[in-house]
Design a protein around this ligand. Structure first.
Ligand SMILES: CC(=O)N[C@H]1[C@@H](OP(=O)(O)O)O[C@H](CO)[C@@H](O)[C@@H]1O
Ligand SMILES: [Mg+2]
Length: 543
């Protein structure tokens, strides 16, 4: 077996000296440096499968990054991101020089007591990047080297592959592990929900979708027929001519706070953008004065948690709803959730795996990053109570109706991971049932003006943070400097942290006015530059 690994690995050579890290979202870099990484992740996925005696997923994608890049993410048995200890193994394997590869493999097998006599099953999927096809082959090569079986799903969104893995390992209790199964389950739940929205006009059913010229556009097209015109999608940036993620997609819209290119938005029309692998979604519209209005992950979490809470009350169920956010959540959102809606709010480090983990502690955990990546997790007990009430024949009509709506919402949500298609259908259904327009949703609260900046430093690891990344511990003096600056502005908050995906430090600031948020972000950037080893040009004030 090791002989075959040695021999095959020469067909997937590692460029000498190249080191990569399994970051917040797996490996990600220019596609031409990734062939050996893919082969090795095939090996690792086979080991993980033997270890867990379950099917493991490998998704080839670089999400919102440029088309020339690529990347890979490993998926654990319940459809969640791979456990942190194995991220370390992934980094070791990816960086082993050719001659040390088998030793690293043997070490992992010994440390984790992996029996090679176990079978290995790996589900593989890819996005629409031109490099993804050959990189997928390298993954499959790695799996078969260790005697594993691969099932290649071809072109799928990242969350679709997470879903398949979860279905397989729950023996189809969660759903059928096919694209058809995914479309049928979600569309059935969506149609069930929208039946409760009376007299919906075609205008209300209409949604403009920016597919980021990626896989989400392809898969939404496939799904349309299943939705039976209950949703009327006008699809833009469908990949037929534009470049993946170029001037479009959820990341572009959120970062630039601007509509994507190539989308024709009428005033007040409801619009959304997927990112390049369709695991994020952002909503927006132009108001009557022609101003662009963004509804981000915080607003999505607010709509969903508010609706779930109301339905639980109507159903007479005592089930707790909590919202999990990161430090990037807008201060207005956090305040609204805590003070007006009275829901438990908790804050974790950036990165979906942290939010997902924290959300598992609640009966119902709604988690969203401000950038639009998130989902809802239902505890077994919460789901059981809801489904029992649906079956309960004595329940009065209102209670039963609410329980049915909750049950369909559970079916519509992809609990394995954040899923742009599933989240979009949940949002569309909830707005329809509530009879709420996008303007009405937007005015639940008003975002505090905010600004994100990036600072280049020699070594971003000199910054150490605590309290879910809201406070700097090192370098000395930086937190004091931030505290002093924050005091100069009204309703202000600011924090800095090293990015987990790029070689930069991120600065976030919010204040009562845009000028204030811009000024504070700039001043904090300067403090980072001077106290944390800034390189290149000194940050300049924003115009
Ligand atoms: C501020 C921000 O949006 N950060 C993003 C970004 O992480 P950084 O660690 O900030 O680079 O990429 C992550 C992976 O996609 C995503 O989970 C996260 O929300
Ligand atoms: Mg993504």
């Amino acid at each position: 077996m090791f002989g075959e690994v040695s021999q095959k690995s020469t067909q997937h050579p590692k460029p000498k000296g190249l080191t990569l890290q399994y970051g917040t979202a797996g490996f990600r870099t220019t596609a031409k440096h990734l062939d050996h990484v893919m082969f090795r992740m095939g090996l690792l996925a086979a080991l993980r499968s033997k270890k867990t005696k379950s099917t493991i997923g490998v998704m080839v994608t670089a999400s919102h990054n440029p088309v020339e890049d690529n990347g890979v993410k490993l998926i654990d048995p319940m459809g969640e991101m791979v456990t942190p200890a194995w991220e370390g193994y992934a980094t070791q394997l990816a960086n082993a020089e050719q001659e040390a590869l088998c030793t690293v493999l043997k070490n992992i097998m010994e440390t984790d007591a992996i029996s090679m006599s176990e079978t290995a099953n790996v589900f593989v999927g890819r996005d629409t990047r031109p490099s993804s096809e050959s990189l997928t082959k390298a993954v499959i090569d790695g799996v078969s080297c260790l005697g594993g079986h691969s099932q290649d799903y071809g072109l799928v969104t990242t969350p679709q592959l997470h879903y398949m893995v979860r279905c397989r390992n729950t023996h189809d209790c969660y759903g059928t592990a096919t694209l058809q199964g995914y479309y049928e389950k979600l569309s059935k739940a969506f149609i069930e929900l929208t039946k409760n929205a009376l007299n919906r006009t075609d205008d209300q059913k209409r949604l403009l979708v920016d597919g980021a010229n990626g896989i989400g556009a392809l898969k939404l097209r496939e799904m349309e027929a299943f939705l039976k015109y209950e949703l009327q999608v006008a699809l833009f940036n469908d990949g037929s001519s534009g470049k993946l993620n170029h001037l479009c997609g959820a990341d572009y819209v959120k970062v630039h706070q601007r509509a994507p290119e190539g989308m024709h938005m009428g005033p007040g029309e409801r619009c959304c953008s997927f990112d390049g692998d369709a695991d994020r979604i952002i909503y927006y519209y132009n108001d009557t004065a022609g101003r662009f209005r963004l509804l981000d992950g915080d607003k999505i979490a607010t709509l969903i948690s508010m609706s779930l809470k109301e339905l639980l009350t109507q159903a007479g169920l005592n089930i707790q709803v909590a919202v999990v956010q990161t430090a990037y959540a807008n201060g207005s959102a956090t305040r609204y959730l805590k003070d007006v809606m009275k829901v438990t709010v908790c804050c974790t480090k950036t990165g979906v795996k942290h939010l997902h983990h924290a959300a598992q502690d609640f009966d119902i955990g709604v988690y969203f990053e401000a950038n639009g990546h998130g989902t809802v997790l239902f505890s077994k007990e919460a789901e059981k109570q809801i489904r029992q009430l649906v079956k309960h024949s004595n329940a009065n009509d209102e209670k039963k109706r609410a329980a049915k709506l909750l049950a369909s919402t559970i079916d519509l949500i992809n609990q394995a991971t954040g899923d742009a298609i599933s989240d979009m259908l949940v949002i569309e259904a909830l707005l329809a049932i509530r009879g709420m327009s996008i303007q009405g949703w937007d005015t639940l609260y008003t975002d505090l003006p905010n600004r994100q900046l990036r600072v280049k430093v020699a070594d971003r690891q000199v910054i150490d943070t605590t309290d879910a990344e809201r406070h700097v511990v090192m370098p000395a003096g930086l937190q004091d400097a931030i505290d002093t600056l924050v005091k100069k502005y009204k309703q202000a908050r600011a924090f800095v942290r090293p990015s987990g995906t790029e070689d930069i430090v991120r600065v976030y600031a919010e204040a009562d006015t845009q000028e204030g948020a811009d000024g504070l972000a700039y001043e904090v950037s300067l403090a980072v530059y001077h106290l944390a080893g800034g390189t290149g040009e000194e940050p300049k004030p924003l115009k």
